[in-house]
Design a protein around this ligand. Sequence first.
Ligand code: SF4
Ligand code: SF4
Length: 98
Amino acid sequence: MAAKGNVTIHSDECKGCGLCVESCPPKKLHLADELNQYGVHPAEYNGEGCTGCGICFYCCPEPGAITVYKATATSGALPKEGKGPGTQNREVDYATVV
Ligand code: SF4
Ligand code: SF4
């Protein structure tokens, strides 16, 4: 099954406040063990399970720290999980949503 969303966190823009970690509904973010250039533990994506909801972006006080991507089918409507023909192995790309 293709991922619904993706998120990138620019660690050197992050102040390590943890608001995104707390706000992520499926709890797919955490604070890194390592420090960034400002000496704080930046947020990191767990690597899977992001839904592309954008909540982390709206909670983040640093405008450049988070980019969220929502999966979009390369043709046709977004695939609906497990329903109808053509829902398996459909190519998916990502559009920046916030
Ligand atoms: S976009 Fe939503 S699901 Fe993805 S990391 Fe941010 S809060 Fe979590
Ligand atoms: S909300 Fe923004 S500044 Fe705070 S930990 Fe998450 S990415 Fe970093």
